[in-house]
Design a protein around this ligand. Sequence first.
Ligand code: HEM
Length: 323
Amino acid sequence: MELKPEIVARIEKLDEKYKAMGQNLTSYLDGLLFADYLTYWDYIHLDTLLSLQSPKTSFPDEQVFIMYHQITELYFRLCMVEFEQLEKKKTMDVDYFISKLGRINRYFDALISSFDIMVDGMDVAQFMQFRMSLLPASGFQSGQYRMIEICSTDFVNLITKDQGTKYSGIYTDSMIDGMYEHMYWKAGATELSTGQKTLTLEQFEKKYSPEFLSLAKRFRTRNLSAIYHSLSADQQKEEALINALKHLDVNVNINWKLSHYRSAVRYLQKDPVDIAATGGTNWQKYLPPRFQRISFFPYLWNNEDMENWGKNWVKANVFGKKD
Ligand code: HEM
């Protein structure tokens, strides 16, 4: 049988490839001959994926709770894949930057529009029972959420406002350890009455602090804000780029946080006394973006935007009022 020229050409290329590595093509062709065909279920590890849910109770809705958290973490991982590519790009061009921001924004758009799966998709009575079996674990302990923040902005934008002024301007790697003590989110799991860190926070720090610190140093000059500032003055003025960055700021720091806040309101708000949150804090004073006022790119907003950070969304979506 005569081989088609395109097959011969490929065999020759393969031969070159393996020779260059001191390998024998015949052995690799034997491997190909005996290898099984790839299946969909093996490729995506479907059986493993579907075995990763281990509810702590027999309430069926606990599975909704577990899987939606897992779905969220996969989207967070997709965001990290984009941050890692941006980090490695030696010469940045605006179109590439915008396309990566577009991807991260789409992942967050998907998460924000699907959050109703949490807000409306579980039976409140079941939730109230199974949540007690999960203490002291909390979504607050999502390390990837913090990694997204670290890769998005200068570290100084993630510390409490009273400390921020100390570090204005350029900061160095060695200053990051000191700044870390003042991360804004530590207030989300510190007992209000005693100032004590909760067990939720202690365990979180034990697992992730070294990783957060090394990531913050690695991304000090490669986070999105730093990349933006490394562009030329003309590039920084590109409207599509500014819009993509603002979209991300609103997506992560307002819209995701408020979609999430709606679930806390649905399950934990009960007049006259609210149900204690896992973090042991007053979640109503911590979770709303209008109290946190975290922005990845504060210089892209005016004073009025920052004053009203998160407010219109709350009015329209949590309290049902429209301006
Ligand atoms: C019924 C659903 C949910 C409720 C009632 C809820 C409740 C809470 C509460 C009360 C807090 C404050 C800290 C604490 O006391 O534990 C918190 C923080 C947090 N949760 Fe959830 N949560 C829900 C779903 C989720 C999901 C699906 C995720 C996805 C990973 C998540 C991720 C987070 C994160 C990242 C924080 C920290 C937020 C921040 O620092 O602003 N939560 N959650």
